[in-house]
Unconditional design. Sequence first.
Lengths: 118, 113
Amino acid sequence: GAGVSQSPSNKVTEKGKDVELRCDPISGHTALYWYRQSLGQGLEFLIYFQGNSAPDKSGLPSDRFSAERTGGSVSTLTIQRTQQEDSAVYLCASSWGRGASPLSYEQYFGPGTRLTVT
Amino acid sequence: AQSVTQPDIHITVSEGASLELRCNYSYGATPYLFWYVQSPGQGLQLLLKYFSGDTLVQGIKGFEAEFKRSQSSFNLRKPSVHWSDAAEYFCAVGPDSSYKLIFGSGTRLLVRP
């Protein structure tokens, strides 16, 4: 079946512009996660959705970052007034979500969006 | 507090040699444990997972990991490394209080020809 997809795969933008990154999770997955990975670094958790609500948005680095999820499916991560330090790969993952089964927490990752701010 | 530590930032091994990547965790109960691999320019792929039962788990690509409760560890092993195993490896534990996984900082594996 189809995996997690992200678009665009690459995005180059000028400093100060707004960007939108999209994530399509696996069909039926209720949980969706956004991570940031700077060059040579590990995973930085940004935000987690369960359905359309975000019980954990503790990782958003500033108020320039926001995310929404509609219809319990597609999610959009928006970065306003981009800065050069926002340059990174943005990864999205999905899982079955909260549940009694440990399989609920197994995350499936998309290929990422590479954002370059010039 | 719940946490996961991968003590080795980089590891270099020769092709054909054995490999062990370390993962230590802090968790109140028996956690769910995962190992993921990230090849250059790719997303993360699940290698293996432990939920309960047999503490030695087999994964894809010839990898295995052993859960040791007494040592709070879940080390990843492979008997003979191939050049294609060069990648970044992430250990994850969960769920945390928000019902998500906590990822380690990763170990970058380099393979010498």
